[in-house]
Design a protein around this ligand. Structure first.
Ligand code: UD1
Length: 422
């Protein structure tokens, strides 16, 4: 295991290249199972999650190669049983369920376990596949999907859940429906840019999909799909994390290779607080502002404020002098970072699903524990702000979703190093 030691208090300046989106790359890699032909996926970020996904595809029978961000996959001859040992390591491996069901009309994938950001059910994924005519059973902790007798038939499905729409649920049903007979209409669909990126990939493969990026997606089933070459969109959450770093400590930090439109609500919040921003077509420059104001935000599905940015904004709230509040509506238990930041001297508390932060108090380096991906990013940000050294243990959480974050931050002037942990 490794830990990250952050020596805080350095100003950040210069530019950083944003990587391809993890949350786009994972379902797109899974979607290559829908065709026997070769697919080339570019800007696949070098992360443990994308490595797991490629290994799962390999275990399902696909051949793959990966070199400098380009993954080539040929799923010529595949079988429907996803390997438990790999699947249990990454919740997002549930997104092989849709393509296996679409292509083979059969799938066996382990039920994802609980995780530290709360109960994460898959009932909506299953409801959607059932509506397409698949029979679903749960056996020994595995989900068994079977549509081998009659195949899949298009249907009208509503995927809205009590915490809003489901991103990977929409992906799974959309992927399965591409190879169903007839028309599928998904109401309450997730409108996240990553769903749109997956739909663009599927359309290039020959799928007939309309409305991706809105809450209603219509899919006309086709007989088969083909191999394509696709480039993954920039990671808006990695970009948002570097924007938070720039707002906290930046003397002109420039993000390159971003899609500013995907970050609109984050940029609006930063602008309202008073952080100076320069927005180009594929770049954003931000600087800190000692007079920045606090903020009150609530996480929502896209285009609302992303739950995946809530933890990093908790760290940002420590850097502004006012009080701020952050309410979580998507994963109400996603606040593991609060207790750790309090150990660094942050003045914050949790009331229900709302974090209240009284900013402007000095943070002091401490030993802290990463609990999940975005919480660990927040601890890195808090460490950059704090005086002295912050040791972040269980670094593997951050390597799941941030490509070379230590090198990228060091390139901006941060002082941090990896070290062996016991
Ligand atoms: C995806 C993202 C994750 C992000 C989340 C919300 C990937 C790989 N992961 O996760 O980074 O935090 O979207 O933007 O893209 N729910 C149900 N039943 C279901 C499915 C979900 O009740 O069958 C609930 C969840 O518990 C949660 C809400 O719906 O409260 C949204 O979850 P969902 O959009 O499905 O998250 P993921 O797709 O797993």
């Amino acid at each position: 295991m490794e830990k990250l030691i952050v020596h805080g208090g350095q100003r950040l300046t210069g530019s950083v290249q944003i990587s391809g989106s993890k949350n786009s790359a994972l379902p797109i890699l899974a979607a290559t199972l829908l065709t026997a032909e070769r697919c080339t996926i570019r800007r696949v970020p070098d992360l443990s999650d994308t490595n797991y996904m490629l290994r799962i595809l390999g275990e399902l029978g696909a051949d793959f190669e990966r070199a400098s961000g380009v993954a080539t996959i040929s799923a010529t001859d595949i079988h429907p049983d996803a390997p438990y040992d790999l699947v249990r390591k990454m919740r997002a491996s549930i997104c092989v369920l849709g393509p296996l069901t679409g292509r083979l009309k059969k799938a066996r994938v382990s039920l994802p376990g609980g995780c530290v950001i709360g109960d994460r059910p898959v009932d909506l994924h299953l409801r959607g596949l059932e509506a397409l005519g698949a029979k679903i059973t749960v056996d020994g902790g595995d989900i068994l999907v079977d549509a081998s007798e009659k195949g899949l038939t298009g249907a009208r499905i509503n995927l809205m859940g009590k915490h809003g729409s489901t991103v990977l649920g929409t992906d799974n049903v959309m992927m399965a429906a591409t190879l169903a007979r007839g028309t599928t209409i998904i109401d309450g669909a997730a409108a996240e840019p990553e769903v749109k990126d997956l739909a663009d990939f599927l359309i290039a493969m020959g799928a007939r999909i309309e409305g991706a990026g809105t809450n209603r997606i219509t899919i006309e089933g086709v007989e088969e799909l083909h191999g394509v070459d696709h480039t993954v969109i920039p990671d808006r959450i990695e970009a948002g994390t570097f924007l938070a770093a720039g707002a906290m400590l930046g003397d002109r930090v420039t993000l390159n290779r971003v899609q500013p439109a995907h970050l609109q609500v984050v940029l609006d919040e930063l602008q309202k607080c008073g952080f100076p921003l320069e927005i180009g077509t594929e770049s954003i420059t931000i600087s800190a502002n000692p007079d920045a104001r606090g903020f009150d935000l609530t996480t929502q599905t896209y285009p609302g404020f992303p739950t995946d940015m809530q933890a990093q904004f908790c760290a940002l709230a420590c850097a502004v002098r006012d009080a701020s509040s952050l309410t979580e509506t998507i994963f109400p238990q996603r606040f593991m970072h609060i207790a750790e930041m309090k150990r660094m001297g942050a003045d914050m508390d949790l009331q229900g699903a709302t974090a209240r932060v009284r900013g402007g108090k000095p943070l002091k380096g401490a030993r802290v524990m990463a609990s999940d991906l975005r919480a660990s990013a927040a601890l890195v940000l808090a460490g950059l702000l704090a005086s002295g050294a912050t040791e972040i243990h269980r670094l593997y959480h951050i390597d799941r979703g941030y490509e070379h974050i230590d090198d990228k931050l060091a390139g901006l002037g941060a002082q941090l190093e990896r070290a062996k942990d016991i």
